[in-house]
Design a protein around this ligand. Structure first.
Ligand SMILES: [Zn+2]
Ligand SMILES: [Zn+2]
Length: 396
């Protein structure tokens, strides 16, 4: 059966490549993706699907009901591009000048359309329902959270018992499937600290209260505090990336602003890091007779793969691409994903799909988000087949 699924995926690949290139030419950023949505709706037209067009975002949900009753499975593809200029020179490169499908979400969208076509053909074999989640705004806009808030999980009548997403990457050879049990990607929160002292003449620090020295101490103390308080087996990262202070060599400024990112691999450590960083910043500032105000902008939660689902889908991956093309990742990625919101509600897993172009290697290929990144479109056949196998594993 696995072989016929692959053959069916290969048979429709040329049309899926065409759709992917159409999406690639016109990348849209954020939560409203009108052109992308139109292309998706056109590509799904004629299939035996119930289509729900979301109104809080440009999200689209397509429901496929099998001939027999059974559980619901959710398959997700994100659809948004990034705000950067494409410099790949591809003949289907972005025509917008300032947006690019640099994270491969055009492949995800096209693969999900392909999976909807393949599973529609197998409708008679399905005992249950497949929910196709076409999601906008993954790149920092919390698109998945908005779709959940609009009732995504109830849109088929029964809540999904399995959720699967695939992300293409150039750090793996084309067609390789990689996953793991437990944390797959980190949480990512933005950190903002304002240290307030008293400004003055740079020659008389005793007559001022210099927040620059205190801010420097906060940066270093946070690093020490993280290594002394956070388990090495459940690690976290705090990186300061912005340090803004005065404007003149002879003026002590009144304030220093620090910004950075906090990454963690469990909800517990994520919460611990927020408490720890705020406490250290406050404590150091108070020791110097000043104040530090710490605020966090919550980004995406930790993406946690359910261990049973991960094991089930690793087996499916083995039968699909062979053991030598399946990677059980030793470590999570410290990047973040808003599929995490779906996985907070539904047991499921996210997998990486290698899509390094054949003329490059994972070592030489530009990464996702690069203005030069290219993906191997052949990998989409594997991605479509993997979606189909995930659904058939529960509904077949
Ligand atoms: Zn991305
Ligand atoms: Zn992405």
């Amino acid at each position: 059966m696995t072989e016929s699924i692959i053959e069916e995926a290969r048979a429709i690949l040329p049309e899926i490549v065409e759709l992917r290139r159409a999406l690639h030419r016109n990348p849209e950023v954020g939560l409203e993706l009108p052109g992308t949505r139109t292309l998706v709706l056109e590509a799904l037209a004629g299939l035996p699907l119930e289509i729900i067009e979301h109104h809080t975002t440009g999200g689209v949900v397509a429901i496929l009901r099998g001939d027999a009753e059974g559980p619901t499975v959710l398959l997700r593809g994100d659809m948004d591009g990034l705000p950067l200029r494409e410099d790949t020179g591809l003949d289907f490169a972005s025509v917008t000048g300032d947006t690019m499908h640099a994270c491969g979400h055009d492949l995800h969208t096209a693969m999900l359309v392909g999976a909807a076509r393949l599973l529609s053909e197998r409708r008679a074999e399905l005992s249950g329902t497949v929910m196709f989640m076409f999601q906008p705004g993954e790149e920092g806009f919390h698109g998945a959270r908005y779709m959940l808030a609009e009732g995504l999980l109830d849109s088929a009548g029964s809540r999904p018992e399995l959720a699967v997403a695939i992300h293409v990457t150039t750090i793996l050879d084309s067609g390789v499937i990689a996953g793991r049990s437990g944390p797959m990607m980190a949480s990512a929160d933005q950190l903002d600290i304002v240290v307030s002292g008293a400004g003055g003449h740079a020659s008389r620090p005793d007559a001022a209260n210099d927040p620059v020295a205190a801010a420097a101490e906060i940066i270093m103390s946070v690093q020490s505090a993280v290594t002394r308080n956070v388990s090495v087996f459940d690690p976290a990262v705090c990186t300061f990336t912005v340090v803004e202070a005065g404007h003149a060599h002879n003026v002590i400024p009144e304030q220093v602003r620090l910004q950075g990112t906090i990454r963690a691999l469990s909800p517990e450590t994520r919460a611990h890091m927020h408490e720890l960083v705020a406490r250290v910043a406050d404590g150091v500032a108070v020791a110097h007779g000043m104040a530090a105000k710490t605020t966090f902008h919550h980004g995406y939660p930790v993406t946690i793969n359910d261990s049973n689902v991960a094991a089930e889908l690793m087996l499916a991956a083995h039968s699909l691409v062979g053991a030598e093309r399946v990677v059980n990742l030793p470590d999570p990625s410290m990047g973040a994903e808003d599929f995490s919101y779906v996985l907070q509600e539904v047991p499921g897993a996210m997998f990486f799909l290698g899509a390094c172009p054949p003329d490059l290697t994972p070592e030489t290929s530009p990464f996702n988000h690069s203005n030069l990144v290219r993906f191997d479109e052949e990998a989409m056949a594997t991605g479509m087949a993997f979606h189909v196998m995930a659904a058939l594993g529960r509904l077949g």
